[in-house]
Design a protein around this ligand. Structure first.
Ligand code: XIL
Length: 381
């Protein structure tokens, strides 16, 4: 009798979030993943301000980490020099705290969605390196210290490297060269010494980008700067990137001495207007009917292929969960996803874990079932 009681307790204690031994029916994916990594989502302003209560509830009940989809980008936080606008960012952080989420800030320095004034003088030319350094210092210090101790990690620099491994020739790079990156990490660390600091980028499965990011991590570390993790955005498609290449990058980043995070996961089912479109937000292609085949619904065969590919990516994440701290979806429900409007406006995509009615898609119980079956299997060993 004693033995049976004991082994039952053991099964429960190692079962993570799998409350029952029957394959995890009714268990949220975030709970089944509890001892593996955070399951995150990106929140929009509508979800934070009462304009989208369905997705707000789905986010609250199903995720363990949050990141702001837009409201912490520099063009929103500091639209004019010295004039900060924190209303939405404050709501975001308060929501994360009220709901017990791991809170990440996105993003301190990015060439895109930055205010024009940042790199420009009154006559429209580039500012001096000294001026830009001072503006970066002021922006980063103001933002990071406001949320010190509350935002646990920051995407410090976003998208500074191209697929071939060369530096992106942004205004930031034109003015400061690659030095803008260590500067940003230094300013962020000075403003909150306890916050985790990340480099974040898309198309990370490309060999050139992989090697350049590894080099960047090494350079920052050699210079004594803090970098905790590399964020692989994960805007993926049905035929890109190859799973093996994604895995190689995860391993390369971990080998360089940082944790890995998947920060903006979405899996489009729609045809690509060009191969390997990456995630450059400025990319835009004209709408054509042929590029929007599933406006009336997703055929079962396509939905099944999507489920299978998303499950394969999660199985890869689980295989390397010791290196991974977080997997964040770029949105809550399918109709929230930026993929409906990018890189072709006006399409209907099915890129996330929850459908347009807020219901979990089949991949969710599939993964919960696998996780819970493994846990109870382990417990029996
Ligand atoms: C996207 C948002 O989802 C859109 O709402 C916005 O219009 C453009 O930016 N890489 C990033 C994210 O780091 O911040 C981008 O988010 C998607 C690509």
């Amino acid at each position: 009798m004693k033995t049976i009681f004991y082994s039952g307790m053991l099964a429960l204690s190692v079962a993570g979030g799998c409350g029952n031994p029957q394959g995890g029916a009714g268990v949220a994916l975030r709970d089944a993943l509890k001892d593996k990594f955070y399951l995150g989502t990106a929140l929009s302003v509508a979800q934070l301000t009462g304009g989208d209560t369905l997705s707000e509830r789905v986010a609250r009940e199903n995720f363990s980490a949050v990141v702001p989809e837009n409201c912490m980008k520099s063009m929103f936080l500091q639209p004019r020099e010295g004039e900060f606008f924190f209303d939405e960012a404050d709501k975001f952080v308060a929501w994360g705290e009220a709901n017990g989420m791991w809170i990440t800030g996105h993003c301190l320095v990015w060439h895109s969605q930055a205010p024009r004034w940042l790199c420009t003088d009154e006559s429209g030319g580039n500012v001096s390196p000294e001026t830009l350094t001072e503006r970066l210092r002021s922006h980063i210090t103001t933002v990071v210290s406001r949320y010190r101790g509350r935002i646990k990690g920051w995407d410090v620099v976003n998208e500074a490297i191209l697929e071939d491994g060369s530096w992106r020739k942004s205004k930031l790079y034109e003015i400061l060269g690659e030095e803008f990156i260590p500067l940003a990490f230094r300013f962020a660390h000075e403003a909150d010494p306890d916050a985790e600091l990340y480099y974040n980028d898309y198309s990370m499965a490309f060999e050139g980008k992989r090697n350049a990011v590894v080099q960047l991590v090494k350079t920052l570390k050699e210079r004594g700067l803090r970098i905790d993790a590399v964020g692989m955005q994960g805007h993926i498609g049905m035929d890109y990137p190859p799973l093996e290449e994604f895995e190689k990058s995860m391993l390369a980043f971990a080998e360089a001495g940082v944790k890995v995070m998947v920060t903006e996961l979405d899996l489009t089912v729609l045809p690509s207007p060009q191969p390997n479109v990456g995630a450059a937000v400025e990319a835009s292609f004209a709408y054509r009917q042929a590029l929007n085949p599933y406006a009336g619904g997703l055929p079962d065969s396509v939905a099944a292929a999507w489920t299978s590919r998303m499950a394969d990516f999660f199985r890869l994440f689980l295989k390397h969960h010791d290196k991974l701290t977080r997997v964040t979806l770029w949105g809550v429900c399918d109709d929230d996803s930026w993929r409906n409007g990018w890189p072709v406006p006006g399409r209907t995509d099915y890129a996330l874990l929850f459908d347009r009615n807020g219901n979990p898609k089949p991949v969710v119980p599939l993964l919960v079932g696998e996780l819970c079956a493994n846990r109870h299997g382990d417990a029996r060993k």
